[in-house]
Design a binder for this molecule. Structure first.
Ligand SMILES: [Zn+2]
Length: 595
């Protein structure tokens, strides 16, 4: 346990100026490198590139389209630039086909920016979208959140290829942010595009060929215009950067930087898209300025039908008729019943792509919980577990004896002490017996579509329980190893307090209680009293980390892990525009090939 604690400390002991602003340089935000893939991987040919033609026979690239990636890997390398382009087109269409039965989750978090004379661009307000993408036929999506964008139907959204509509005062179309997972879903070919080889470049450790793509004259509206990076072994697209050409009078396409990860052998899967518009330089005419992060995950989620779910539940209920369940004492039976509720909820959330599978981050969280429990002599009939919600909004809740913390919250917490603050509140609910939630032991309550999760599950407490949990949590913290380490937790509360009115979407909890109510921090607010004064200009003050820097979410299997992010001064994170690719080894988080 001690080892894990040290790990927590070193992972979280970063000094950074606190703004809670989304750090959104392409470099800082592009998803971290792919994990080492445990699967055996096929040997590949040494990278041959068109820039250095080999003597391999020509004329094979055209047949690549119909072949599996494994088969393709054994193809002779292309010898001309034309053959490279053919291979790229074939690989891209192969990927489109491969992903077409899948419905990944897509999340967009957006901050509108305003210019602060001292601090530069700061958040003005924010928006949050969460949905499932249907990649089967065109790109479509359904939403987890009920609020629909006013005045626009899905049809309109699709027709505009997800652009911004001027007519509706620059309302954001959620679909638009995920549009650039492909350059062109339907017509990625030579009939619609000119391919110009630009140069070679490394993205992280991956050797790439860079091409500029321009739509042909008569290719029509909404065609990709920009640059693509192709890895030089299988010729898959690794990154796309650009916009869409020829907007009509009523719409407007924003600029995107779209990154893929080699999460399974042979395929580079769309993982992260950074979008940005507007600037504050003198004479800039843009009326809008925003930055947005879009993440995709849950590619490997089962697309179970209601019938499948029903079958599973019947099997479950048969299992419950075991003699041991019937022989249990009333107390044991009640515990078992609560355990069942807890397990049902966790399993359902995981199946909806909202909960990461159990993993190493849970061990870190559990260590912090253990530290609080041991020093407070807390003994519970069942051990407290922790899990990570895959989403960005800052929230926590507990179900039964399991504490759930969102990826976004773990991302921005400045240190272990503030993690202890967050966990202690939920631990207090458990200790005080607030988390019955046993209605979820009835399996029929788990029968809903993934998109309806937020309407069917909820773990909110009444204000009295919230206040009681805060009180108990402060008590426990004071007796814990974190007693003297709560300054940054207090600063975090202060920073939240300062920014809460502008970050309502980030602070909107979807399953648990809000940390703020009406723009005021309510959760653990007492800790702010003993914290030092908040000073945005103080470089050594820890208040919050940028969103998206610490927790790495694997888009294929939803696993999360904590990465060692580099401390980044705020002046760099907000002001930096993507003048060059900084995804390289210096950040240690560039694309990494699994095969
Ligand atoms: Zn609470």
């Amino acid at each position: 346990m001690r080892r894990v604690t040290r790990e927590v400390m070193s992972n979280m002991n970063w000094i950074i100026l606190a703004l809670l602003a989304v750090t959104m340089t392409a470099a800082a935000q592009q998803p971290a490198s792919a994990p080492q893939n445990p699967q055996p991987v096929a040997a590949t040919q040494p990278g041959q590139t068109a820039a250095q033609p080999s003597a391999a026979p020509s004329g094979q690239a055209q047949s690549a389209q119909s072949q599996s990636p494994q088969a393709q890997a054994s193809l002779a390398p292309p010898t001309t630039m034309d053959q490279v382009v053919d291979r790229v087109i074939a690989r891209e269409n192969d990927l489109i086909k491969f992903l077409s039965p899948r419905t990944p989750i897509v999340e967009t978090y957006l901050q509108n920016l305003t210019q602060d004379p001292q601090l530069g661009p700061i958040p003005q307000d924010d928006h949050y979208f969460l949905g499932r993408m249907d990649l089967s036929d065109s790109i479509d999506r359904s939403d987890y959140l009920q609020e629909k964008v006013k005045g626009e139907g899905e049809g309109m959204e699709k027709r505009l290829l997800g652009g911004l509509t001027k007519r509706f005062k620059f309302q954001y179309q959620p679909l638009g942010f995920s549009w650039m997972i492909f350059a062109d879903r339907n017509n990625f070919d030579r009939q619609h595009y000119n391919f110009h080889y630009a140069r070679r470049e490394f993205l992280g450790d991956v050797r790439c060929l860079v091409f500029d793509l321009t739509p042909k004259k008569d290719a029509g509206r909404g065609r990709f215009l920009g640059r693509i990076w192709i890895e030089d072994q299988d010729f898959s697209i690794v990154r796309l950067n650009g916009t869409y050409a020829r907007p009509s009078r009523n719409n407007y396409y924003y600029h995107m930087d779209s990154w893929r990860l080699n999460l399974i052998p042979g395929y580079w899967v769309p993982a992260y898209i950074y979008s940005e518009e507007g600037d504050f330089t003198a004479g800039a005419k843009n009326k809008i300025a925003f930055k947005a992060q879009t993440r995709m995950w849950g590619y490997n989620l089962k697309t179970g039908t209601a019938n499948d779910e029903l079958t599973q539940i019947r099997v479950d209920s048969v299992k419950d008729e075991t003699p041991s369940a019937q022989d249990a004492s009333p107390l044991a039976a009640e515990r078992e019943w609560q355990q069942q509720a807890e397990d049902n909820v966790l399993e359902r959330l995981e199946r909806a792509g909202l909960l990461a599978p159990e993993g190493d981050v849970d061990k870190i969280l559990q260590t912090v919980v253990n530290n609080i429990e041991i020093t407070n002599n807390i003994e519970l009939p069942r051990p407290v577990r922790t899990r990570v919600l895959t989403t960005s909004p800052l929230e926590t809740f507990s179900v039964g004896n399991t504490i759930v913390v969102s990826r976004g919250l773990i991302d921005v917490l400045p240190d272990e002490g503030s993690l202890a603050m967050v966990l202690s509140h939920e631990l207090a609910h458990i200790v005080l017996g607030h988390n019955l939630g046993s209605q979820y032991a009835f399996n029929d309550r788990m029968l809903f579509s993934d998109e309806a999760t937020y309407q069917n599950l909820g773990f909110k407490h009444i204000p009295e329980e919230e206040a009681a949990a805060d009180k108990k949590a402060v008590e426990m913290l004071k007796a814990s190893p974190y007693a003297q380490k709560l300054d940054s937790a207090g600063l975090f509360i202060k920073a939240l307090q300062k920014r809460a009115p502008q970050l309502s979407a980030l602070l909107q909890a979807h399953l648990g209680n809000n940390i703020t109510e009406n723009g005021t921090v309510t959760r653990m607010a007492q800790l702010a009293n003993s914290a030092p004064a908040l000073d945005w200009n103080k470089l050594d003050q820890i208040a919050a980390l940028p969103l998206g820097g610490r927790v790495k979410l694997n888009p294929w299997d939803d696993r999360v892990e904590i990465v060692k992010a580099q401390p980044v001064a705020m002046s760099h994170t907000v002001a930096t525009t993507k003048t060059k690719c900084r995804c390289g080894p210096e950040l240690g988080r560039g694309p990494v090939r699994v095969r």
